[in-house]
Design a binder for this molecule. Structure first.
Ligand SMILES: [Zn+2]
Length: 246
């Protein structure tokens, strides 16, 4: 089988904001890349649109919210991320639309990142398995909210108490996308990525997957991607340029 090569993502930036639907989304595809970047001294902050409160069948949402928020904070710490925000939107029933765009635009305006990272929001993961509705809603809203954040006249009511428009986002990067043409070498930070996924213990137990092994699961994906980048392990990303003329 022919291997389609991937290009390394640029690393000439200082601050990234990661916006994903659920606690655990970063850890199933991007945490080792985050560990690499924080290790380079970059600032990476996490924003969870929901608290994943509908994610454990045997646990009531109010209890589950607390458990999953705590797991996400620990998981972030494992890869050098100390700021984790929760937007408190409803898990499982997110809708793409203006309220979601507004909530994300506000976060972009507050953190003023150069790069915004989200999860794959294509219809599938490349095979026949369909993507999940919250992931698709969030990814589409992220791309739009990045533009909204830069426009003073969009969600203008947010611009109080010193909050200003922010049009400095160069690109949105979607990890795990089947249309990825870029990747990040995660060979040296793979272990941190594993620790980050293992921090979601209650969630993983709740999935009820027999003998789930975080390392084995992540390693399969990382090695396949690494082969395409010419390294041992890597994480794939699809790039959406946000500047004009890129
Ligand atoms: Zn998810």
């Amino acid at each position: 089988m022919e291997i389609e090569p991937l290009e390394a993502l640029p690393e000439d930036w200082e601050r990234a904001l990661c916006v994903v639907a659920h606690p655990d989304d970063m850890e199933f595809g991007a945490a080792a890349a985050v560990a690499r970047w924080t290790g380079q001294g970059k600032e990476v902050v996490y924003c969870m649109v929901t608290s994943g409160e509908a994610g454990i069948d045997g646990m009531e949402p109010e209890k589950c919210r607390q458990v999953r928020e705590a797991e996400q904070v620990a998981s972030a710490q494992a890869v050098g991320v100390t700021v984790v925000e929760f937007l408190g939107q409803p898990d499982g029933i997110l809708e793409y639309g203006l309220p979601l765009r507004a909530a994300i635009a506000r976060v972009v305006r507050r953190f003023r990142p150069e790069i915004v990272i989200t999860g794959n929001f294509r219809d599938t993961w490349g095979g026949r398995n369909l993507n999940q509705a919250d992931h698709i809603a969030v990814g589409r809203a992220v791309v739009d909210a990045v533009r909204d954040a830069g426009n003073r006249w969009v969600f203008n009511d947010q611009l109080t108490d010193g909050l200003e428009p922010w049009g400095g986002v160069k690109a949105v990067w979607a990890f795990g996308s089947p249309a990825a043409e870029h990747a990040v070498d995660t060979t040296d930070t793979f272990d941190a990525g594993v620790a980050s996924l293992e921090a979601h213990g209650a969630y993983i137990d709740g999935l009820g997957w027999e003998n789930f092994d975080a390392r084995e699961f992540l390693e399969g994906m990382a090695r396949a991607t690494g082969q395409r980048l010419g390294v041992a392990m890597a994480a794939p990303f699809e790039v959406f340029p946000m500047g004009w003329g890129d």
